[in-house]
Design a protein around this ligand. Structure first.
Ligand SMILES: Cc1cc2nc3c(=O)[nH]c(=O)nc-3n(C[C@H](O)[C@H](O)[C@H](O)COP(=O)(O)OP(=O)(O)OC[C@H]3O[C@@H](n4cnc5c(N)ncnc54)[C@H](O)[C@@H]3O)c2cc1C
Ligand code: SF4
Length: 517
């Protein structure tokens, strides 16, 4: 038996990161390659295999966390029980675990891939609401669920257990997916595997959505995305990149040529900052900046048109996008980087109003913040509201003015204004919904809901027969794990629409939301 008291005797140890200074010298992923597998067995053994696994229900995909924890923990302890997880514990498209050498890692991979199309993305990028909901997190340190997931996902690729699964037969029905972010990719993979001829249309020159041109390579090396796209292609999914549906191809043509259409166009309409000087040269939206940094990594250009090199940089915003700008600016050798976050500094521990098992707002340091500390590149200022941008003699941005934000309404507190020299300011203020796309909306008959997202019913269907909406386009800017869950669920809805029934898993309804109080 594995050690049932391991949660008590084994401390939580997270995956090792490379030295922060070393990381700033390249664009490779921040984690130290290699040592995850030996670590994971002991960490997975900390799982208490709770009768009611809240981690499982906190994951929008319904990942079978205690099951894979048990399988890899037992392997680590040398007491493998091949096939210990029986059928019927969850919807499973994957093969039953095989006995023999490596059978338990393989079984763990089968359980993981039964609920998650792209665990190598979530294992690297998910903020892990499952760990907040782990019973151990009530008064201690959660199981390192995300690390375990990643170890299993990477091992599955290495061993060839996550190979292409083309359909045994196709049924002649055709589906178009618009958008190739994680929602569109998950939908396409599920539909192709179910036997429908599926084509993905993407306006960008490469597929991947925000995985490609939003998230920087130091958090996701793009060869991992290429590997997954190759797998989708080899299963039969077709890709047309550089095709803006609504402009390059009329949406009516898609409706006429396909039996169903999935709209997974994301939610990348950027929030603006209407303050004096916003239009100065040197003030940019974060996505303009991050896209170019990713393009340099892809080899599209040597020097990006927007670069932090040698400049004093101010990032306005406090979320993931801001942290990605910070890590990118540090790698571009900015003279200094200051982050202005309008929110007050969150507490280090759960506030009473944010009880377990929800994902709490607590103070978090990303790997980019760790790096900025290592080179003392600049402060992170909380409760700071940006009041304007100032031009220098050359007419370009020379300084950012900010003030303390009043807690009640975030307005500038009189007498607190400060001035920061800056040649580059990046706006990372979040996203308001899908980008307005009158051509696409008019041609497909799409309506906008009250929250600014594309309207759909609880089963992902729009008012137009055969047209469905998935991912951030229907939910608003969210997380990769939600996008994959939406992609899987919309595939089931489309399959049912086409055949009248479905065996595809439906992890969520469109109205499902993360647990909050
Ligand atoms: C900088 C940044 C960092 C992030 N980091 C994380 C993270 O660490 N962890 C996490 O979980 N989430 C993160 N997110 C959020 C996550 O990336 C998104 O929630 C997720 O990508 C949404 O997936 P999607 O498929 O719905 O949309 P997207 O990924 O936005 O993809 C939509 C695609 O549709 C295409 N498209 C749009 N209109 C058309 C058209 N008319 N014709 C053809 N194609 C079209 C777009 O070009 C795009 O490729 C981050 C977001 C940003 C911006
Ligand atoms: S996808 Fe995210 S929430 Fe789900 S198990 Fe993995 S880390 Fe946890």
């Amino acid at each position: 038996m594995a050690d049932r008291m391991a949660f008590f005797t084994t401390p939580r140890v997270e995956r090792a990161r490379r030295d922060a200074r070393e990381r700033l010298g390249d664009w490779r992923e921040v984690y130290r390659p290699g040592p995850l597998l030996p670590l994971v067995g002991g960490q997975a053994g900390r799982c208490m295999d709770c009768g009611l696994p809240f981690c499982h229900s906190a994951c929008p995909l319904g990942n079978l966390v205690p099951e894979w924890n048990r399988l890899v923990a037992e392997v680590d302890a040398g007491v493998a029980e091949p096939g210990a997880v029986g059928p019927g514990t969850a919807e499973s498209e994957a093969a039953e675990p095989e006995a023999g050498a490596g059978a338990d890692w393989r079984a763990a991979a089968a359980r993981l891939l039964a609920t998650n199309n792209f665990p190598e993305f979530t294992g690297r990028l998910c903020p892990a609401p499952c760990e907040s909901a782990c019973v151990l997190a009530i008064d201690g340190a959660a199981v390192t669920i995300k690390d375990v997931e990643l170890a299993i996902a990477d091992r599955a690729w290495e061993e060839g257990w996550d190979g292409p699964r083309p359909p045994e037969r196709t049924d002649g029905r055709r589906v178009a997916v618009i958008g190739s972010g994680p929602a569109g990719l998950a939908a396409a993979q599920q539909l192709t595997r179910a036997g429908h001829a599926t084509t993905v249309y993407e306006r960008a020159d490469r597929a991947g959505g925000l995985l490609r041109y939003g998230i920087p390579p130091f958090r996701l090396e793009k060869h991992r995305l290429e590997r997954r796209l190759d797998q989708l292609r080899s299963e039969g999914t077709e890709f047309h990149t550089g095709v803006w549906v609504g402009r390059d191809v009329r949406a009516e043509e898609l409706r006429a040529g396909y039996d169903a259409v999935v709209v997974a166009v994301g939610a990348t309409a950027r929030r603006e900052l209407p303050v004096p000087g916003r239009d100065l040269s040197g003030v940019h939206q974060a996505m303009e900046y991050l896209t170019w940094a990713n393009r340099v990594d892809e080899g599209d250009c040597g020097t990006p048109p927007v670069s932090a090199e040698g400049r004093h940089v101010v990032i306005v915003g406090g979320g993931d996008t801001a942290a990605d700008c910070l890590g990118t600016a540090l790698r571009q050798r900015a003279a200094s980087v200051t982050q202005l976050d309008i929110n007050p500094r969150p507490p280090r521990r759960r506030a009473p109003g944010e009880p377990w098992p929800g994902h709490p707002r607590v103070y978090r340091e990303t790997t980019s913040h760790e790096e900025s500390g290592a080179v003392e590149a600049g402060p992170r200022v909380f409760a700071a509201t940006t009041v304007g941008f100032e031009a220098g003699p050359d007419g370009r941005l020379a300084a950012v003015r900010f003030a303390e934000a009043e807690p009640a309404d975030r307005s500038p507190r009189p007498g607190t204004e400060q001035r920061l020299p800056a040649q580059l300011a990046l706006l990372a203020l979040g996203f308001t919904g899908p980008e307005p796309d009158p051509w696409l909306s008019a041609q497909l008959g799409l309506a906008t809901g009250p929250e600014g997202t594309l309207a759909r019913d609880d089963g992902f269907a729009t008012a137009v027969p055969g047209v469905f909406v998935a991912g951030d386009a229907g939910r608003g800017q969210s997380l990769i794990v939600w996008a994959i869950a939406e992609g899987r669920a919309v595939a089931a809805a489309v399959d049912r629409y086409l055949r009248g029934w479905t065996e595809l898993p439906e992890p969520i309804r469109a109205s499902a939301r993360a647990f909050t109080v």
